[in-house]
Design a protein around this ligand. Structure first.
Ligand code: SME
Length: 162
């Protein structure tokens, strides 16, 4: 019989499976980056109970990210490649799961209550980097490999529309 703790844990794989289907059906037939990112940010944010901020930082020129569609409290507007968690993911094009943001050198604290974070790269059809998708949580260690797999699958869905 599952214990009390595991009963309280969200079934992330099921959440992400349902979410991917919803995002796919909303953005299908759409050829508009802002509409696709705005829909994805909204659907993700409202599907995951442990998330405090969900959004995109778009690549606007060589080496610079600028805020894109998001849900949650106001966030910083621009992040250079290589800065903070988002800028590191943009520079290295590799997802990052950060259990404790205070332990990440150079972490940019847009929300002082944020404790953990996950960022994944988002590409266009042509293979260029369009944005990074960033999720924050007020809980420490909120994100794991299920989130990474789920969000990378969502990035793959978006790739077809960017
Ligand atoms: N913490 C991020 C900045 C963006 S906010 O979390 C919305 C970072 O270190 O890149």
């Amino acid at each position: 019989m599952p214990d009390a703790v595991s009963q309280q844990k969200p079934d992330k794989q099921a959440l992400y499976e349902a979410l991917a289907g919803r995002i796919d059906s909303v953005v299908r037939g759409l050829d508009d980056e802002v509409a696709a990112m705005a829909s994805a940010a909204c659907l993700i944010h409202h599907a995951l109970p442990y998330v405090s901020w969900t959004g995109f930082y778009r690549v606007v020129n060589e080496g610079l990210l600028r805020i894109g569609p998001y849900q949650g409290p106001p966030a910083c507007l621009e992040i250079p490649f290589g800065s903070g968690i988002c800028g590191t993911v943009a520079a290295e094009e590799e997802s990052l799961v950060v259990a404790d943001v205070h332990a990440f050198p150079g972490h940019i604290a847009c929300d002082s209550a944020a404790r953990s974070e996950i960022v994944v790269p988002v590409y266009r059809k042509d293979g260029s980097l369009a944005a990074v998708l960033d999720l924050d949580s007020h809980a420490p260690s909120a994100f794991d490999d299920d989130d990474r797999t789920g969000l990378e699958a969502i990035a793959e869905i978006l790739r077809r529309h960017l």
